[in-house]
Write a protein that binds this ligand. Sequence first.
Ligand code: ZN
Length: 490
Amino acid sequence: MKKKTAAIAAGAAALIGVNAVRAAKFVPEKRNLSPYPEENIDVKRFEQNLSDAIKIPTIADKDNDAINWEPFDRFHAFLKERYPLIHKNLSLEEPVRGSLLYRWKGKRDDLDPIALLSHQDVVPISEGTLQDWTYPPFDGVNDGEFIWGRGALDMKNHLIAVMESVETLLEEGFEPERDVYICLGHNEEVMSSEFSGAIVMCKYFKDRGIHLDCVIDEGGAILPVNVKGVIDAQIAGIGVAEKGYADFEVSVLAKGGHSSQAPDHTALGELAKVIQDIENHQFKATLSPMIMELFDSVGRHVSYPLRLVTCNLPVLKPVLKKVMTKIPPAASLIRTTTGVTMASGSPAPNVLPQKASVNVNFRMYPGTTVEDVEKHLRKVIRNKKVEIVCKPGWKNASKISPTDSRCFNALREICSRMNPKSIVAPYLVMGGTDACHYEDVCENIYRYSPFLVDTGLLLCTHGTNERIPLSAMPEALRFFKIYIRTLSAE
Ligand SMILES: [Zn+2]
């Protein structure tokens, strides 16, 4: 007996030892961390130009004919005036009213071009919230700490940073090897398919047989993570995919009539059971390689005792999945989400509904299509008489871009060399971007805005007091200069 206990103890000790060694070795891969030479950047000009760009309220509309073009025309004139070298050296087309497509011709035409995307449009101010702003949303106030206003984070910051970088590279006499395209869509914020600037620009490439080496657009950002004794890092979240979007109207029909003679269950009562069926059958969660890579990247950077856990992530997958599905923001990273958002019944208090409906909003995980969602609904709802209608405006999830491409490897190197605290991690973007429309001409699509912004500030995007810290701006300029120089090379 004693022998057996001793053997178990020895076995356990060996296992702990092996795990300790594994945890000790579970560190970030060795990379070239030598800093880049100093970049010539004009931060004051960047601040001034961003501030002035915000003053032009470029708000789009689903219907191109309903767009007030005056601000867009003014914005185009503003770009021409502020970026003379770009307008002298790059060709410019407007493949659809409002969208701008710049081409910086490279020295070689046997190499696939690269593209940098930004949208010019911003969302309007929600009704009744204007007075809540510290500074008016279209004044572009620079108070010495932040630049305030609509578009400061989404995404005139990114657009102006790209323009500043290219203008500066031109000032320095830089010539790219590959063609560099700057694609400035005009209606990303509104889901309009027919006139979508991004769709038309992608068609422009397709029609000319141009295949892009890589695309960079908005999406991830640099997030500081600091938990004392555990981790002190900045996560550069590179969006390698984005979720899909669909609204379904699910309705129960009934006879209706006077409410004084109500049946046991009205259409709304029946609908309640339908909602329960939907909510009780959530989509299956999957810890895809992309998400495991995210955990792996972060797990390697936590302090030693905690690495005893993080180095075993593959073994802990089932537990991790269970925990994540219980936390809505975490669950959204690993499955198609289901949100019952709107309901309607009869038009008056004393009328029985002839039709009761709910809107169910789905954010599809890559690989789950809108057809899959409809099949899922028909399967889990026990009441087979329900009406299920997919509303217009749906969009399937994007493909997942690789994390071993020339571009992703370059992003890894650039972020690490610019900041040794940086953890480059693939990430799933929840909202939509223009980038997914480029899938027909490019496999390497990354969504990343190189601005260090904490989560609190990121929540101001599309909301009140959207603003960008001045401190985040110089690094973004440096990033784009290095990015263009690196990726436009052979
Ligand atoms: Zn945006």
